[in-house]
Design a binder for this molecule. Sequence first.
Ligand SMILES: [Zn+2]
Ligand SMILES: [Zn+2]
Length: 409
Amino acid sequence: MSDWVSDNIDKAEGLARKGLCDRCLGRMFGKEETGMTNETRGIMLRDALRESGNDIAADDLCPLCGNIFDLLPRFAETVAESVSSVESDNFLVGTRVDPLIAKMEKDLVAEFGLEHSEAIKSELNREIGKLAGPMIDRPVEFESPQVVACIDTRFADVEMDIKPLFIAGRYNKYSREIPQTKWPCRECKGKGCPRCNNTGKMYSTSVQEIIGDIALEMAEGKEHFFHGMGREDIDARMIGDGRPFVLEISNPVKRQIDLDELEKRANQSELAGYSSLHFVERETVRKYKGADPDKTYRARVKAEGKVNKQELIDVALTFKDVCIDQRTPTRVEHRRADLVRKRVIRWVEAEQIDDYTFDLTLETEAGTYVKEFVSGDGGRSMPNFSDSLGIQCVVSELDVLAIKYTERE
Ligand SMILES: [Zn+2]
Ligand SMILES: [Zn+2]
């Protein structure tokens, strides 16, 4: 008799008298000895009991598992069917067991002081995975599966947990009338009302929706989410190389979508443009969200008085690595805490358009309020361009020219 069998023979007798099947009996000692199935363990224990004069048969219906393991082929088929209905490089099986079984299992472990038992859930996962694997023809992945098929053993139905698809790229926003992300109606919060013409939205479309709706259709996903590296005001354009973003598609049935085709279709829009699309992992979202890149802007500025060209150029040159104090702008005061931020204006270049109009190109630290730097915002941004020029100015149009971010692996 093996050591682990003789060491546990008393506990095994008590468990066998409860009528457990071989699998359940063996599983109670599942981590005692490797290299055999729980069923084999159970048979070994029952044989040893018989040899010592205790011939204890299993009940017809196991009081613990209810003979659930007879259903393994059916569970495996259901899992295989579900997993095969979506694209993935790998999969993992999960199990939801009847809470009554889980409770009884816990009680037995406590009653007999079992320290090396295996949970029924883990045996089910493994055995279903073993049977389903060949039918699916994809490897099992424990660390980061693209698909988890979780089978509820009471009803034999499968719930699929599909890893989202993450597509990174850069976007341009050519329109001053669309926001970066989908914007639910303020009145009805998206349900639809007279104010939003029953669209549920404040704006007819967005940088997110133009590409997201197409990607969603191609991937046969459920929803799209947009993670930009910061955002510009609705009335600002994003030109130049564009702004990095990650588009997230939840519950994609297809993962191998053609990104060239997506780019081509999305770029048919005149409101926004997309480039450098590539697949990334979720990790990139956090990376982009945490990035604090400097930005270059171009502002069209209107002055209340006549502007002298040389003075304009001289004033622009004084803003070389200048630290400014910006109190929360009046225009966003209602949604942000009122505090003073220090920001650096790296450089400013000016170009006169006419007596009352000029363009400023400027590079600033992340988070600088450019419109307020130019206008002064009633003294809330100090120093500011209007004070330095001695003429009140206001930004009439703003473009983001460049986001200073280089991709690092
Ligand atoms: Zn059983
Ligand atoms: Zn509405």
